[in-house]
Every structure is written in structure tokens, then in C-alpha cells.
Design a protein around this ligand. Structure first.
Ligand code: ATP
Ligand code: MG
Length: 334
């Protein structure tokens, strides 16, 4: 199938950008929901230190609670930081949280990062927590920095996240598709590879090196004052960008050969990363810090085919009548 249109007409583009702006206003979480999240975090920290006094237990939120890409129904991702070994057993932590009034408590001890999932009925929030897995705090800071560099990043990323949720493309664990984190990396790389670029590659810019954590280099340029305005030579509107996003991933990217790399701000080849023979390597998205990891490996071949069709569907609808509501229509299982 050939791309239907190279670009949007001026009228289509104008309408589409306006639609995106008003959808963004609706997706932005209210102040009240931000408040609930903050108060939940304070409560959790109080509760943990009351249960286990004297261990200086700190609660740090990460993920969408911190990266400016929070949606109304986003969970709260939490890293519990403590030098005390007692919380290492997630099931022990889970049991205590259940006693303190948390609901739907589940411990997942065997995962790469063991977590506890809870639902707090008081603040009506879902929370996933890990103990001392701090890398997520660093990659969250990276995303937050990218979002702050150019004002188009936040609305564009929120709308694409919304689209992924409505089209059921955002379930790495259960659905064999991609996590929000993977989607965000694909969006950032798209913006790094516009001409002229809207985002830099923070890892490639000069910056102060920090000591590695568990062998992982966690440093990147986070000097937001000098980074702001980086993309000003690019004048593309939100509408043009979303259209180009669907076109790129629906029709332009060579999935057979390329690796999406936020760390390098460009596409790499599977050969140079030695990823030709990885399992589930149809869609390759390099984890920016643990760069031997392919974030795209949650999607198998048939799942990637499905994603590809979704990009094309969105691109086709936009080129025909630029209707954002249809693009984001809830997917109905046949
Ligand atoms: P949502 O609003 O959908 O919850 P989110 O931005 O919180 O979106 P998640 O996919 O829930 O994104 O991931 C939360 C955070 O967990 C990410 O910001 C990242 O810090 C970390 N994370 C998630 N998946 C990975 C991964 N595969 N490798 C490293 N860190 C990850
Ligand atoms: Mg999250």
C-alpha cells in the first residue's frame, strides 16, 4: 500500500492542529487529580516509616507522575528507597500494606524488577512500587527533560499515548504490545530525527559524568536552561507532526534493518548493534540506558504487524479527512 498523501492541505492541517489542542486540554489531568497523587505519596511515606521506624524510608514517584505525561487513569509508579534490607521481600511489604487498608494488593516477586501493586481506596489511585530500583528515576528524569525542551512534545506525546490506549496498543505485559515507556522512546526519536531536529540527543551532548549505578551510566545533559529552545528552527505544527509520526512508522521506517535509538538521536542498524538474531527483533527500540536491551521485544512478529497496520490506518484517516476523533476511536474486538 502506498502512502495516500505526502502532506496535509492547509485547511486540514489547521483543523487538525486545533482538534489536537482541544484534545490535549481534555487529557491534561486536573489539579485535583495531581493533588490526590501528591497526598497519596505523602501518606505512603508516612505509613512505611510508621510501620518500620528508624530506617529512613523514602518514597520517590517516577513514570508519568513525574514526566509531565500523566493521564487521568495513569497509575503511580513508586520507588521506595532505603538502605535497610528488610523490605527486599516484596511479599512481606505487600502483606503489611494490605493490613494498612490498601486493596487489590499483589506482589510480583519474580519479575526483573520485583514489585508490589496496590489500590488505595482513600485517594482512588493504583500504585506499582519497587524497592531500590533507582534506574527508573533516572530514565524518568531523561523523559521529563526531553518534554521540557520544546512545548510541542507534551501535547504530541499525550495524544499519541491516548491513541495507543484507545487502539489497545499499550499493554506490554498482558497484550504483547508496547509499554508507555517504549512508546515515549519512539516519539522522542521521531522528534530527534525531524529536519531540523526538535529534540537533541541528551546522551551525546557534553555533560558532567556521574558515577555508574550497577554498571549503568546514568548521566546525560539535563541542563534545561541551555536546552530550552533547541527546536526553534523547526516550525512544524502539532498537526503536521502527528501526521508525520504516523507516516514515518506506517510507511517510512525500515523495520527489517533499523534500530530506534534515543541515546544516539538517530536510527542505528541492527548489524552495528548485533541485533540481527535477537528474539522478537521485528521492532527494535534501544533502551537509552541499558542499551543492550530491546524495549520492542514485548511485541512478537504478528503484534508488530498489527501495530504497523494501526499506523497506516491512522495515516490514511488523516490524509482523507483529518478527523482526530476517528483516528482515536476505541478499538472494538471483532
Ligand atoms: P502510564 O501513564 O501509561 O503509566 P508511564 O510514563 O508511567 O505511562 P510506564 O510504561 O508505566 O510509563 O513506565 C513507568 C516508568 O517505568 C517509565 O517512566 C520508566 O522510568 C520505567 N520503565 C518502564 N519500562 C521500563 C523498561 N523496560 N526499562 C526501564 N525502565 C522502564
Ligand atoms: Mg506508569
Amino acid at each position: 500500500e502506498k502512502p495516500k498523501a505526502e502532506r496535509l492541505s492547509v485547511e486540514q492541517e489547521g483543523k487538525f492542529t486545533e482538534d489536537m489542542k482541544s484534545l490535549f486540554e481534555k487529557l491534561k489531568p486536573s489539579e485535583a487529580s495531581g493533588d490526590r497523587r501528591r497526598r497519596f505519596l505523602e501518606k505512603l511515606e508516612r505509613l512505611l516509616n510508621r510501620e518500620w521506624p528508624g530506617h529512613d524510608i523514602q518514597v520517590h514517584a517516577f513514570g508519568s507522575t513525574e514526566n509531565h505525561l500523566c493521564m487521568i487513569d495513569s497509575d503511580i509508579d513508586v520507588c521506595i528507597k532505603t538502605s535497610w534490607d528488610g523490605l527486599k521481600s516484596t511479599c512481606y511489604l505487600a502483606a503489611r500494606l494490605a493490613k494498612c487498608g490498601m486493596e487489590r494488593v499483589v506482589c510480583v516477586p519474580g519479575a526483573k524488577v520485583p514489585i508490589v501493586k496496590i489500590w488505595d481506596p482513600e485517594y482512588q489511585v493504583a500504585c506499582d512500587m519497587n524497592v531500590n530500583s533507582t534506574l527508573a528515576l533516572d530514565n524518568t528524569k531523561m523523559i521529563k527533560t526531553y518534554v521540557e525542551i520544546d512545548e510541542r512534545v507534551r501535547p504530541l506525546a499525550m495524544i499519541i499515548k491516548h491513541w495507543t490506549k484507545r487502539r489497545v496498543l499499550n499493554d506490554a505485559a498482558g497484550g504483547g504490545t508496547l509499554s508507555s515507556y517504549t512508546w515515549i522512546c519512539m516519539i522522542l526519536n521521531f522528534l530527534q530525527t525531524r529536519d531540523p531536529p526538535i529534540l537533541p540527543a541528551l546522551h551525546q551532548r557534553p555533560h558532567k559524568k556521574r558515577p555508574p549505578i550497577n554498571g549503568v551510566d546514568v548521566s546525560f545533559d539535563d541542563d534545561i536552561e541551555t536546552l530550552k529552545g533547541f527546536g526553534h528552527n523547526n516550525k512544524e505544527t502539532l498537526g503536521e507532526l502527528l501526521f508525520a509520526f504516523f507516516k514515518k512508522y506506517g510507511h517510512e521506517l525500515d523495520y527489517e534493518k533499523k534500530v530506534i535509538s534515543v541515546r544516539h538521536g538517530k536510527l542505528l542498524s541492527k548489524e552495528e548493534k548485533n541485533w540481527q538474531y535477537l528474539q522478537n527483533n521485528r521492532l527494535c527500540v534501544e533502551e537509552p540506558f541499558n542499551f543492550t536491551r530491546n524495549l520492542g521485544n514485548t511485541a512478537d512478529d504478528s503484534s508488530v504487524r498489527g501495530l504497523h497496520l494501526e499506523f497506516r490506518r491512522a495515516h490514511r484517516i488523516l490524509s482523507e479527512d483529518a478527523d482526530l476523533a476517528t483516528v482515536c476511536e476505541q478499538y472494538e474486538f471483532p
